[in-house]
Ligand binder design. Structure first.
Ligand SMILES: O=P(O)(O)OP(=O)(O)OP(=O)(O)OC[C@H]1O[C@@H](n2cnc3c(O)ncnc32)[C@H](O)[C@@H]1O
Ligand SMILES: [Mg+2]
Length: 168
């Protein structure tokens, strides 16, 4: 089986490889057609869907996976949110979201000022490429859950729905 992931981000690629150990996994650099920093559930999900749809068009894979990170308000509180989409070569589409955690107000202020969470996290954690490693979710959970682990569960939800055969 051939699976393509619509990102060159190593945390996302590792999460796919972890779930599809028998598959031939490749990575495609495709556009998400949403803002670099999505600011709602709807926009983040849209980014995941666009990445999957653009990846399946470009390749001969059996299925394409799109994973997108974003932030979303629940009332006055800004949460980290993540979405995944799987599109098969027959054009069947499945979606699932990931775990959410509250972001500190000082991080929220930086995002409102137009910065990307990945850049803000590198400054805050005094590390490089947090987005490709533990992620904001790893930093703010004391590394109890990494970005890869969070995306891995999203992929498991996508694959499980594909296996079940349910589509909306
Ligand atoms: O190369 P791509 O696939 O675009 O990987 P990315 O790290 O930019 O990831 P996303 O586009 O999916 O995420 C949108 C923005 O949110 C940031 N982001 C989302 N979740 C994050 C996390 O857990 N840790 C650090 N940055 C995160 C990310 O760096 C972007 O600025
Ligand atoms: Mg990005």
């Amino acid at each position: 089986m051939k699976i393509v992931i619509g990102s060159k981000n190593s945390a996302k690629i590792a999460a796919v490889e972890e779930n599809f150990t028998q598959a031939d996994v490749s990575a495609a650099d495709v556009p998400s057609f949403v803002n670099d920093q999505p600011f709602s559930d709807a926009e983040t999900r849209e980014g995941a869907l666009n990445r999957a749809a653009n990846s399946i068009k470009q390749t001969s894979a059996d299925a394409a996976i799109g994973l997108e990170g974003g932030v979303m308000y629940v009332g006055d509180s800004l949460y980290l949110c993540n979405w995944g989409a799987l599109v098969t070569k027959e054009n069947r589409t499945f979606t699932a979201s990931g775990a959410r955690i509250l972001l500190p107000e000082h991080i929220e202020k930086e995002l409102i000022n137009g910065r990307e969470l990945g850049d803000v996290m590198d400054d805050y954690a005094e590390r490089q490429n947090v987005r490709q490693k533990e992620g904001a979710i790893g930093v703010f959970t004391n590394e109890h859950l990494s970005r890869q682990d969070m995306f891995s569960q999203v992929i498991n939800l996508l694959y499980g729905q594909w296996a079940f055969g349910q589509e909306r």
